[in-house]
Design a protein around this ligand. Structure first.
Ligand code: CMC
Length: 371
């Protein structure tokens, strides 16, 4: 089968997983728990634990897990030096990818069978520190201290980004967003991380792989691209004119469409939209977002908003710089990648598909001086 026929492997069942259902009748579930319930009631740390270990934690295990995540925020001196030497102009996704990979050289994982859980917690804890150390060093010449009274990744990230204590509703929105982005079955970055794990590579390499694949605008980078689209319009009239022009030119509108979800749409979208409305419903940004959504609903009902479209405005209302939207996605999706890496390792078989050859027939080698 050629790639055209398989169409990016659309509809191909590429393996088994007990972690998550996506668009399979029962909606989006993480280990059997609906995304609606988790977003309404859980903290991100509970979901991270659920994905890493398979069950929701009780209070004692949650507190122990949170203590480990807090301890994992600290930055080794050598990593600080590396972050200081990455240019200010670097893309923050490249900072995250480099930070992850560099940590693997400073705190190597010798044997993933005994060390994978330690490394996963370390990465979850340190990712906000990596991004924000680099951010404050290059923007304000400040070497941030990773100490904080905030006991969650949501609160820690917002506090360190803005140098001030976030409001409770802002922290809750951040939890919800991290929960929604945590896991999504065999999406491109997770599948890539599983392929990496299937070679028996180490945990840092699998997460670095995930980051590299998430970076593209057809995947995680869509939240940044959606924000740039919304920002390109000053008001609803401009948005209406602009979106019709884009549709006329058959251009992609970022934040719409999904490989797996059909007309019913992405169940994460209404949840994050409600938070976007709560935090910024009276702003031009929200009104422009709704205008774009309404036109797409009318003209392209087969392409509903996906999780990225209203995540963009929700992050804007949390005052997160646009370039940091996809790095925040990493802070969340590391939980899903890690769950899949562990699942792959538990019953491993090298992932190595075949391709159908469509190149030239066999031919004679031509000597260099005869070409
Ligand atoms: N805007 C305009 N047209 C679109 C869009 C869109 N967002 N998405 C798909 N189409 C068109 C596409 O051009 C194609 O048209 P035609 O048949 O005339 O060539 C048709 O719809 C089918 O699209 P496809 O690209 O074959 O579908 P796919 O399943 O390969 O793509 C997708 C899925 C998510 C890559 C695609 O919908 C897209 O590019 N969306 C914009 C990027 C985006 O929002 N990505 C985030 C995905 S969800 C969260 C995540 O993974 O991070």
């Amino acid at each position: 089968m050629s790639d055209k026929k398989t169409g990016g492997l659309a509809g191909v069942i590429a393996g088994e997983s007990a972690i998550c259902t996506v668009g399979q009748g029962s909606g989006l579930n993480y280990r059997g728990y609906s995304i609606e319930d988790l977003a309404a009631h859980a903290t991100f740390e509970e979901v991270a634990y659920l994905l890493q270990y398979g069950e929701l934690p009780n209070l004692a295990t949650l507190n122990t897990y949170k203590k480990k995540l807090i301890a994992a925020r600290s930055l080794p001196e050598k990593l600080k030096t590396i972050l200081e030497n990455i240019p200010k102009t670097a893309h923050p996704m490249d900072v995250m990818r480099t930070g992850c990979s560099a940590l693997g050289t400073l705190e190597p994982e010798d044997d993933f069978t005994t060390e994978q859980d330690r490394v996963i917690v370390r990465l979850l804890g340190i990712f906000p520190s990596i991004l924000l150390y680099w951010h404050h060093f290059h923007n304000a010449g400040v070497r941030i201290d990773t100490h904080s009274e905030q006991d969650t990744i949501a609160g820690y990230f917002l506090e360190k980004l803005h140098n001030t204590s976030p409001r409770e509703d802002q922290i809750r929105c951040m939890h919800v967003s991290l929960i929604l982005y945590a896991e999504h079955e065999f999406n491109a970055s997770t599948f890539a991380a599983r392929i990496c794990a299937s070679t028996l590579s180490d945990t840092y390499s699998t997460i670095t792989t995930g980051i590299s694949v998430l970076r593209g605008p057809l995947h995680g980078g869509a939240n940044e691209a959606a924000m740039k689209l919304i920002d390109s319009f000053a008001n609803e009239e401009e948005a209406t004119k602009g979106v019709y022009e884009m549709l006329e030119k058959k251009q992609l509108l970022m934040g719409f469409g999904h490989r797996v979800y059909g007309l019913g749409g992405d169940p994460r979208s209404p949840i994050i939209k409600s938070w976007s409305k709560k935090l910024g419903g009276d702003t031009a940004t929200f009104r422009i977002s709704e205008t774009i959504e309404a036109i797409m609903k009318k003209e392209k009902p087969q392409l509903p908003t996906n999780a990225d479209f209203f995540s963009a405005s929700a992050y804007r209302f949390l005052n997160i710089p646009t370039d940091y939207f996809t790095p925040v996605f990493i802070m969340s999706r590391t939980t899903g990648w890690a769950a899949h890496v562990k699942e792959q390792r538990a019953n491993n078989k090298l992932i190595r598909p075949s391709s159908e050859y469509n190149g030239p027939d066999n031919r004679e080698y031509i000597a260099l001086d005869k070409r």
